[in-house]
Design a protein around this ligand. Structure first.
Ligand code: ADP
Ligand code: MG
Length: 233
């Protein structure tokens, strides 16, 4: 589906929130690197997509009504066989059905399991005065507990991206720490510019989150994404 078809579909269902698979598709079309992801609506389809991608894979609940998929029991990582995929598919629907009986479920997304990297996040939200603003930070507890993030107003110049990445307290972690690989920082800067361009060109997007992005010595890839649209006028 094209970006417009995805947006129209959400609107026709009365949703401002795109599911993870929809969000990823829209962002991928904007040239942002996203892990291969496809929606499955049956166990058999989940298995066939897994075979197509190659194991290991990840399964996640696909629902616009579920903000925190892990908390809902809706994420299964590192699945290595068709049998594990089949089991995970059932487990996810069961766990989510118990925790969120009202949630509308599109199906289950199947994605490639990304190799471990340094987890970073990029977000966009709109400020009443400044309009779209980008946020950058390190993933996990560094953002949640320490609020170690940087902000810039869209559109970002290259210099803004360069500063944003270096300004967080955790920057040394991106330069390599205790045997961990140093991250390709210029790739992260390019990613920030692409997200800024996307926000500028798509005013109908109210908010977006890439959380997390796995950063490597030779690039970066987003494994989770969430796009929220402005209310339809
Ligand atoms: P949510 O944020 O809704 O709980 P995520 O999609 O972010 O769910 O998944 C939770 C965690 O699982 C991520 O923070 C990441 O560490 C890991 N993860 C998710 N997708 C993948 C993937 N495709 N490959 C490897 N790890 C993943
Ligand atoms: Mg996430």
């Amino acid at each position: 589906m094209t970006k417009q078809q995805i947006i129209d579909k959400a609107r026709s269902e009365g949703r401002a929130v795109l599911t993870e698979t929809e969000s990823k598709e829209v962002l991928k079309q904007a040239g942002i690197s996203i892990i291969d992801t496809k929606l499955a609506t049956s166990k058999e389809e989940a298995i066939s997509i897994s075979r197509q991608f190659g194991f290991p894979v990840v399964l996640k609940v696909a629902s616009a009504d579920i903000v925190h998929k892990s908390d809902a029991g809706g994420v299964r990582l590192g699945l290595r066989t068709a049998k594990q995929v089949s089991r995970a598919y059932e487990d996810i629907l069961k766990a989510v059905g118990q925790k969120h009986p009202q949630a509308r479920i599109q199906g289950v997304s199947v994605q490639k399991m990304a190799r471990p990297g340094v987890e970073v996040i990029v977000g966009m939200s709109k400020d009443a005065q400044f309009g779209p603003v980008l946020m950058f930070g390190l993933g996990g507890i560094l953002v949640e507990v320490l609020k170690d993030v940087s902000f810039r107003i869209v559109p970002l110049a290259r210099r803004d991206a360069t500063e944003m990445v270096r300004e967080i307290k955790g920057y040394p972690l991106l330069e390599g720490y205790r045997g961990q690989e140093a991250v390709d920082v210029s790739h992260l800067e390019e990613l920030l510019i692409k997200v800024s361009d996307f926000a500028e060109q798509n005013p109908e997007v109210k908010e977006l989150d890439l959380n997390p992005i796995f950063a490597y010595s030779d690039g970066a890839i987003a494994v989770d994404a969430r796009v929220i649209l402005e209310e339809a006028s």
